[in-house]
Design a protein around this ligand. Structure first.
Ligand SMILES: [Zn+2]
Ligand SMILES: [Zn+2]
Length: 299
């Protein structure tokens, strides 16, 4: 039975207090207080009913994540109409492809991965879920999103291991978890393919915002290296990440694995951010260039 309205409202206020804390305020808190805050929000999320963060409908019963069942239901699957002839990165329209059917990265001769798959477009519900997962630090959503990936997993392909694209330790520290690793673990549980942390970050990349495309690529290139180069040779590896935007990050990660001798590297993400497709469809909620830069920097 749902709690009476007054109780529900009090709970809602309390939750708002627990969950809301802007990043700058957080940055000033000592680690212990942050940990308590995180533990508190998890406890609240676990114990108290609330409104769905995505659609606002009151949640019935108790749930680990403040999102209702219909919002958690798998979003529309990504049905790409077009794909790059070389790296097979999917697109919703032919715009990102040149006359030879190559994406920008392949046309520039820099694609190190040999196939890209996604669950959906980085838009609408899926985008909100990813935001809640990463920026709302809603760790339990990793399971839901990982399950979604398991459904969209390219079963016709053969991979020896799942390799999460590592985020920088500073981001991992503030967020409290590594989103790609959580996704990879859940996917591994459901596919039986082991997770191997074969990549590491080389240095903290500069902020991507304000850089030209070429500067961005240079900024990203060389930011990964094989963590255990001796164990990579001959393997068919699948990179796991949350969003594929320009492909530059995935390309840098794949290049590091190929240099260490990987036989084949694919990329599997929750969502494909296809700005030109959204612009074409006239969708108002497309990520702005600065948002995309912020996203890439975020990694
Ligand atoms: Zn909902
Ligand atoms: Zn391509």
């Amino acid at each position: 039975m749902p709690p009476p309205e007054a109780v529900r409202r009090a709970i809602h206020e309390a939750r708002r207090w627990v969950f809301s804390s802007s990043p700058p305020a957080k940055a000033g808190l000592p680690a212990a207080a942050r940990w308590l805050g995180r533990a508190g929000s998890r406890l609240f999320a676990f114990l108290l009913p609330d409104d769905c963060r995505l659609c606002g409908r009151p949640l019935e019963g108790f749930s680990v994540v403040p999102v209702c069942g219909s919002c958690l239901a798998a979003p529309e699957p990504f049905a790409p109409e077009y794909a790059c002839l070389r790296c097979r990165t999917p697109f919703l329209n032919p715009r990102p492809l040149n006359e030879e059917g190559l994406c920008r990265l392949c046309a520039a001769g820099v694609t190190a991965f040999g196939g890209a798959w996604s669950c959906g477009v980085y838009d609408g519900r899926l985008r909100e879920l990813i935001h809640l997962f990463k920026y709302g630090r809603m760790m339990p959503l990793g399971r839901v999103l990982g399950r979604m990936m398991a459904r969209a997993y390219p079963r016709d392909q053969q991979f020896d291991a799942l390799v999460p694209v590592p985020s920088h330790w500073r981001r991992r520290f503030w967020r409290g978890f590594d989103q790609a690793e959580l996704l990879a673990r859940e996917l591994s549980r459901r596919t039986g393919i082991p997770v191997r942390r074969l990549l590491r970050r080389r240095r903290h990349t500069r902020a991507q915002a304000g850089l030209s495309r070429r500067e961005r690529r240079q900024n990203i290139r060389g930011c990964f290296e094989a963590a255990r180069p001796g164990e990579v040779r001959g393997l068919r590896l699948l990179l796991i990440d949350d969003v594929l935007t320009t492909g530059a990050t995935a390309n840098a990660a794949a290049a590091a694995l190929r240099e260490a001798g990987a036989a084949h590297v694919g990329v599997f993400t929750l969502a494909r951010a296809d700005r030109s497709a959204q612009a074409l469809a006239g969708a108002p909620a497309l990520p702005s260039p600065s948002e995309v830069s912020a996203y890439e920097h975020e990694h």
